[in-house]
Design a protein around this ligand. Structure first.
Ligand code: HEM
Length: 414
């Protein structure tokens, strides 16, 4: 095995094709430890399907709230997080047990399959409106020109964010996907992050005031009602919930759309098949999520106790990263895992997670992917990649998998 200090798990070259590295980890070091430069923090990578699935299910030993792993003395010794940071991190993806269940129950209904089905017509209109402007151009960056505005419009409508403000969500969404303020020693970066957080909070205060004056049939209004009821939602949880939903509600969907378009353009036989038979759209989406899903690694877990696995000892408090992209290429779960195969049977993919934190937005994400693909096939019958696959640049965020840009072109009839 390559010396642990030299094995790259980040950076542009790794992100361009992480699979050979993950294959080595699965074979040679399925529970792999990286130690921070100062030696103070350990992070473990789990890369085999069975281990990733078991850890996702085991929310007693693999917890989301790092504080749960600390004893009373350790809690007291820990420096307090800045107030703004606290205001925006009290969301369900950072909580466990009853607190998590309570937060999730507040928004569960809005994301149920039944509720989401009713949004299909609206989603179709949003997609057609965007394409009306793009089709005559003969080219676009699918990420910036379609996937991003489409996904932001969908989640913003559900929440009740006015359309004139939607462009601001891109900057705000970096709050959650950026490294934590505590871990970030770069003062300039921390100050910029604090400014973005403050802008977001100021903006929401304005929206809350407007909704209190004039309630609307949207999710923000119903969350405000829960906050006013007192014990159901604290102020910190209200802000954090909206940040979580805006961020996860589009960061991941954008790259599900981009990855499915890219995968089809690089698998022309499958593309021709789905063009002729739209009932294949659903298996295409599920196989894209396995083959090249937008969430490369689940969000961080922490070991609530000492955990022995494949001869390694994960210490209480250690960070644990569950590598979904690697689990999906594990031949123990998926025969011929590097093939894109619509007829695949066997293990279920973990692309929406598993267990308590299973993706709340899965029905909406699937609908967005279905509508976007169906309409792309209708409106751009001869669409092609505008640059060679090898020239694509990839998102460097460790959690997200997707191209930074996806240039497409097509003939415009004169
Ligand atoms: C409409 C868009 C989406 C919304 C509103 C949404 C919402 C959420 C929320 C609220 C959670 C946290 C659930 C909890 O802690 O109980 C979550 C988790 C998750 N979502 Fe989504 N999501 C969306 C799209 C997607 C997409 C497109 C994918 C990937 C295909 C995805 C993958 C995941 C995964 C893997 C988790 C679990 C994370 C973990 O356990 O660390 N989501 N999602």
């Amino acid at each position: 095995m390559t010396d642990a200090r030299t094995l790259l798990l980040s950076g542009a070259a790794f992100k361009a094709d992480p699979h050979p590295t993950y294959a080595r980890l699965r074979a040679e070091a399925p529970v792999y430890c990286r130690v921070s430069r100062d030696g103070a923090a350990r992070m473990w990578f789990l890369t085999r399907y069975a281990d990733v699935a078991a850890a996702l299910r085991d929310d007693r030993r693999f917890v989301k709230d790092a504080d749960v792993t600390l004893g009373p003395a350790e809690l007291l010794a820990r420096p307090p997080a800045p107030p703004l940071y606290r205001l925006l991190t009290h969301h369900m993806l950072n909580t466990d047990g009853d607190a998590h269940a309570r937060l999730r129950a507040l928004v569960n209904k809005a994301f149920s399959a039944r509720q989401v089905e009713q949004m299909e017509l609206r989603l179709r209109t949003i997609a057609h409106d965007l394409l009306d402007r793009l089709v005559p151009r003969g080219m676009m960056d699918y990420v910036d020109d379609f996937a991003l505005p489409f996904s932001i419009a969908v989640i913003a409508e559900l929440l009740g964010i006015p359309s004139r403000d939607r462009h601001r969500f891109r900057a705000w969404s970096h709050i959650l996907v950026a490294p934590s303020v505590d871990a970030d020693r770069n003062e300039r970066k921390t100050a910029r992050l604090a400014q973005v957080m403050q802008d977001f909070v100021d903006y929401l205060q304005g929206i809350f005031a407007a909704r209190r004056r004039a309630p609307q049939p949207d999710l923000i209004t119903s969350l405000l009602e829960a906050e006013e009821a007192g014990d159901r939602l604290s102020t910190e949880e209200l802000y954090s919930m909206i940040l979580l939903l805006t961020v996860v509600g589009h960061e991941t969907s954008v790259f599900l759309l981009a990855n499915q378009t890219l995968t089809l353009l690089t698998h022309p036989t499958v593309l021709a098949a789905v063009r002729n038979d739209r009932s294949l759209i659903t298996p295409v989406i599920e196989e894209v999520i396995r083959y090249d899903g937008p969430v490369e690694r689940a969000t961080m877990r922490f070991a609530a106790e000492e955990i022995e696995l494949h001869g390694a000892t994960i210490q209480r408090g250690d960070a644990v990263s569950l590598v979904l992209a690697s689990a999906h290429r594990d031949a123990r779960a998926f025969p011929q895992p590097d093939a894109f195969d619509l007829a695949r049977v066997g293990a279920r993919h973990l692309g929406f997670g598993l267990g308590a934190h299973y993706c709340l937005g899965a029905p909406l994400a699937r609908l967005e992917a279905r509508v976007a693909l169906d309409i792309l096939l209708d409106r751009l019958p001869a669409v092609q990649l505008a640059i060679p696959h090898s020239e694509l640049r990839w998102q460097t965020n460790p959690i997200v998998r997707g191209p930074k840009h996806l240039p497409l072109r097509w003939e415009v009839p004169s």
